[in-house]
Design a protein around this ligand. Structure first.
Ligand code: PMM
Length: 263
């Protein structure tokens, strides 16, 4: 079954939960409750990537995430660090993170791939077309699926060339990153082709705007969480390795019901 990655945003400004978990103790407690709700792993991030977000200094990012990574890893939890900075990735892996989740696919920091190659951590490479402040300006595609696949293939090639074996690479089409409404659905429909890259596939739809749009506009978080859980089931069907979600219980329940149907 698709694994569930619970989101722990240690940020003041993430779009759906910014500011709630900025205190490390609150973030750690939140992560523990996501684990108790059935998260298989926890993704700890200290820099918001929401559209329009400003970059955060790596020092500030590390102050936010390292205490949380260290505490969770020391309790035996599988921790992923959501970062575009090589120095943060190195420090987080030293603190016990097992996965580096780079939404920029190693493009934001030229040292990232070499930094991860030096460790035994996995890397999740996101499809990305530039920083949050300008990502929608770059959402121009002739064929969004073909371009996302080709650009992700380039990132996988770059990671392998840097010394990261394919078994340690995860690909993520970067839902909402430089993609508008319908483009996200086109990419999701093509998920089986993404698996053709020969890497595990991670999908992050949680609470994103394109889901609210599918519900007719400004759906609140509860409705977005239900919509997210539906996409988790569909991602599971399409062979995704993991889904990254805020609301773990709803996705867990949806996956359990879908599997009961099939069994
Ligand atoms: N989306 C966000 C942040 N990190 N990481 C991966 N691998 N995939 C995603 O789709 C992704 C991500 C933005 O969402 P948030 O601000 O709610 O965490």
């Amino acid at each position: 079954m698709t694994l569930v990655m619970g989101i722990v945003n240690v940020t003041p400004d993430s779009f759906s939960d910014g500011g709630r978990f900025l205190d490390p103790d609150v973030a750690i407690a939140h992560a523990r409750s996501l684990r108790a709700q059935g998260a298989d792993m926890l993704d700890v991030g200290g820099e918001s990537t929401r559209p329009g977000a400003e970059r955060v200094a790596p020092r500030v990012e590390q102050q936010r995430v390292l205490p949380v990574v260290e505490a969770l890893a020391s309790e035996g939890l599988i921790v992923s660090v959501d970062t575009m900075n090589a120095t943060t990735a190195r420090a987080a892996v030293a603190a016990g993170a097992r996965i580096v989740n780079d939404v920029s696919g190693g493009m934001a920091d030229p040292d990232m791939l070499a930094a991860v190659a030096d460790t035994d951590a996995d890397i999740a490479l996101g499809h990305w077309r530039g920083p949050s402040v300008e990502m929608y300006a770059r959402a121009e595609y002739d064929d969004v699926v073909a371009e996302v696949l080709a650009e992700l293939q380039e990132r996988v090639d770059a990671a392998e060339a840097a010394g990261i074996p394919r078994a340690r690479i995860v690909v993520d089409p970067g839902i909402g990153f430089g993609k508008r409404g319908e483009q996200n659905w086109q990419v999701l429909r093509a998920l089986p082709r993404l698996s053709g890259l020969g890497c595990r596939v991670l999908i992050g739809t949680s609470r994103k705007r394109f889901l609210a749009e599918a519900l007719g506009g400004d759906a609140d978080l509860g409705r977005r969480d239900l919509a997210t859980a539906v996409t988790s089931v569909l991602a599971d069907r399409a062979g995704a390795w993991a889904v990254r979600v805020h609301d773990v219980p709803t996705t867990r329940d949806a996956l359990a019901v879908a599997h009961a149907w099939e069994a």
